[in-house]
Ligand binder design. Structure first.
Ligand code: GDP
Length: 301
């Protein structure tokens, strides 16, 4: 458990530095006034929490300041911690795979870390004692199913795949039958991620989604969108498009270890109301963490 906490904290080092360098230096001052609060707002925006979140936080702080409830920088920091936690407390970030087989559909733009995330998630579920299977639904790139097979071999997990250019719908159809026949606990489905602005990709994803729910009522049980945490506000635009097409149940925010833009987590909750379920804090197979709002806020402040 200690290892997990230390790892998240390590992974968030750059974002924390951005937060604490800017916000911390303001808060260490002796007194607070309107100008202090304005500077705090700028610091929040610079940390990529988004304009909406920054003004929401500041409105709360200013009202409390006027009511004389905040008289010291320490009190501001405590209220900030509380309000950031409140932003992340709904909707719930619990990742639930109660059904068997439970299907996890994974979508996202190429390069965000989708394949790596699938490998990490498969490894993690298997370590929990689950029987896992992968479906190589990105038939557009031959490299995608090869990469998935490598992750599968590494974790000792079967991969259902067809040849390049095959119909992704046929892959998921076969994968669901195989998952049922082999009494698999969790089937993780990879999908194509070529340019999200191309509507034919969204049509393809909708079709995959439709086939899954037709072949297995209730499926997909989770639809995870993988977003590259270092792309900041741009990630929000991607999320809107995928959410409209297939209904995202959770976000996996990758590459938090390499960025100072981790404040994007708050923008995701505030502006999209989609929970973050996992964060990626490195390239290794163990570097996927369940998202815990309290742990995240504590690691930041
Ligand atoms: P895909 O095209 O979306 O399937 O992306 P890949 O899974 O191939 O990942 C793209 C690159 O991002 C690879 O070099 C991965 O090692 C790297 N990557 C993925 N997740 C993380 C992460 O959490 N942290 C870091 N530092 N790199 C990551």
């Amino acid at each position: 458990m200690f290892g997990v906490i230390r790892n998240l904290s390590d992974g968030l080092a750059k974002t924390r530095k951005n937060f604490t360098d800017k916000i911390g230096s303001l808060i260490r001052g002796e007194k607070i006034d309107e100008a202090f609060l304005d500077e705090l707002e700028e610091a929040l925006v610079a940390s990529d929490v988004g304009m909406g979140t920054a003004s929401f936080v500041l409105k709360d702080l200013k009202e409390r300041f006027k009511r004389n409830e905040l008289s010291s920088p320490t009190q501001v920091k405590e209220r900030l911690r509380q309000i950031l936690f409140e932003i992340l407390s709904a909707p719930s970030s619990v990742f639930s795979l109660a059904a068997a087989p439970a299907v996890v559909l994974v979508v996202g733009v190429n390069g965000t870390g989708k394949t790596t995330t699938i490998g990490k998630l498969a490894y993690r579920l298997r370590a929990e004692g689950k029987k896992v299977m992968l479906a190589a639904g990105d038939t557009f790139r031959a490299a995608a199913s090869e990469q998935l097979s490598i992750w599968g071999e590494r974790a000792g997990i079967p991969v259902i795949k067809h040849k390049e250019g095959a119909d992704p719908g046929a892959v998921v159809f076969d994968a669901v039958s195989a998952a049922k026949a082999r009494a698999v606990d969790a089937l993780i489905v990879d999908t194509a991620g070529r340019l999200h602005t191309k509507s034919n990709l969204m049509e393809e994803l909708k079709k995959v989604h439709r086939i899954l729910s037709r072949e297995l009522p209730g499926a997909p049980h989770e639809t995870l969108l993988v977003l590259d945490g270092s792309t900041g506000q741009n990630a929000l635009a991607q999320a809107r498009i995928f959410h409209e097409a297939v209904g995202i149940t959770g976000i996996v925010l990758t590459k938090l270890d390499g960025t100072s833009k981790g404040g994007i987590v708050f923008a995701i909750y505030k502006e999209l109301s989609i929970p973050v379920k996992f964060v990626g804090v490195g390239e290794a197979i163990e570097d996927l963490r369940s998202f815990d709002p309290r742990e995240f806020v504590d690691a930041l402040l």
